[in-house]
Design a protein around this ligand. Structure first.
Ligand code: Q46
Ligand code: ZN
Ligand code: ZN
Length: 298
């Protein structure tokens, strides 16, 4: 296999682009994809302050690296979830990355701030950990971005994540979730920060290859709570289809963005109010985050 740019020995094959690259040109390809996504969807510019949600996994660290290398002002935010060794190792990898580059990192600890780790919260509420965890992460990312005056929140969601979420949303016909599923969510309320996903055209494998070539140490294990999660089942199904028909995953998600999203976004948006307890957005009187913690502290 030869690199399509320099004809040297290729190290990474990208089947859905019918391409292969040597290490140097792969890094160039990956960064170009990210830059193109940022510019095409007008996610942010070089004068914007970007907060990037960093878990310590391959996607968020690859994204942080690309943004810093491309001269963007990107500050990391790591949330300590309190999920045993997995959380400890995730924090270690995040610190290692930030220290090596002298990059600014903000941190929040769910237990210190709210009184329970994600694991204890799930036991107290008798709910699967992911539901409380997802709600906490979304809430904290938005709140930190607002209180520190960031222009935009960037996450490392990749093509595999987005295609799996889309499949789940279609299987359950989650209309509101489908309307909001986009690599770019503009702020629709003063307490909602703009959200972007610059890796939405790149796969997990491509982020992993980028980290490997760049020498980025990331937490390789999955969160123990992800085992048996629906998202993994959907990813597995999509990977099987992709193996038989390369490009299907991209076609599925890109086709949705181009053909379905514009129609869905024309429907009346939900009216947002401010939560009586915390002031963040909600459709009712008290937001789901406050309701969850009220119940846990009962
Ligand atoms: S960290 Fe949290 Fe994920 Fe673990 S508990 Fe579930 S949502 S699986 S991305
Ligand atoms: Zn090359
Ligand atoms: Zn609230």
């Amino acid at each position: 296999m030869r690199c399509i740019k320099c004809r040297g020995r290729a190290n990474v094959e990208v089947k859905r682009h019918h391409s292969a690259f040597c290490s140097v040109h792969y890094v160039e390809f990956f960064r170009h994809q990210v830059s193109r996504n940022i510019k095409r969807l007008r996610m942010f510019g070089h004068t914007n302050q970007i907060l990037i949600a960093v878990s310590g996994g391959k996607d968020s660290l690859a994204l942080w690296d690309v943004l810093l290398e491309n001269g963007y002002q990107a500050v990391g935010l790591h949330i300590h979830l309190g999920i045993g060794d997995y959380s400890r190792r995730s924090a270690e990898k995040t610190h290692e990355f930030a220290d090596k580059r002298g990059a600014q990192l903000l941190e929040t600890d769910v237990e210190q701030e709210f009184g329970l780790t994600i694991s204890d919260l799930s036991k107290t509420l008798r709910r699967v950990p992911c539901s409380g965890c997802g709600l906490n992460k979304r809430y904290i990312f938005n709140r930190v971005a607002l209180t520190h005056n960031f222009d935009v929140l960037a996450t490392g969601h990749n093509l595999d994540d987005e295609a799996a979420t889309l499949l789940g949303n279609v299987i359950h016909w989650e209309q509101e979730a489908l309307r909001r599923q986009s690599p770019l969510l503009e702020s629709t309320h003063p307490t909602l920060v703009k959200k972007v996903k610059p890796l939405y055209t790149l796969t997990e494998r491509e982020s992993a290859s980028y980290c490997l070539i760049r020498g980025i140490n990331y937490v390789e294990e999955e969160c123990p709570n992800a085992l048996g999660a629906h998202s993994l089942i959907y990813k597995d199904a999509l990977n099987r289809i992709e193996t038989m028909s390369p490009g299907s995953k991209q076609q599925f998600f890109q086709g949705f963005l181009e053909r379905m999203q514009p129609t869905l976004q024309r429907s009346d948006p939900i009216v947002l109010k401010e939560c009586e307890q915390c002031g963040q957005t909600t459709t009712g009187e008290v937001c789901s985050f406050c309701r969850m913690w009220n119940k846990a502290r009962d």
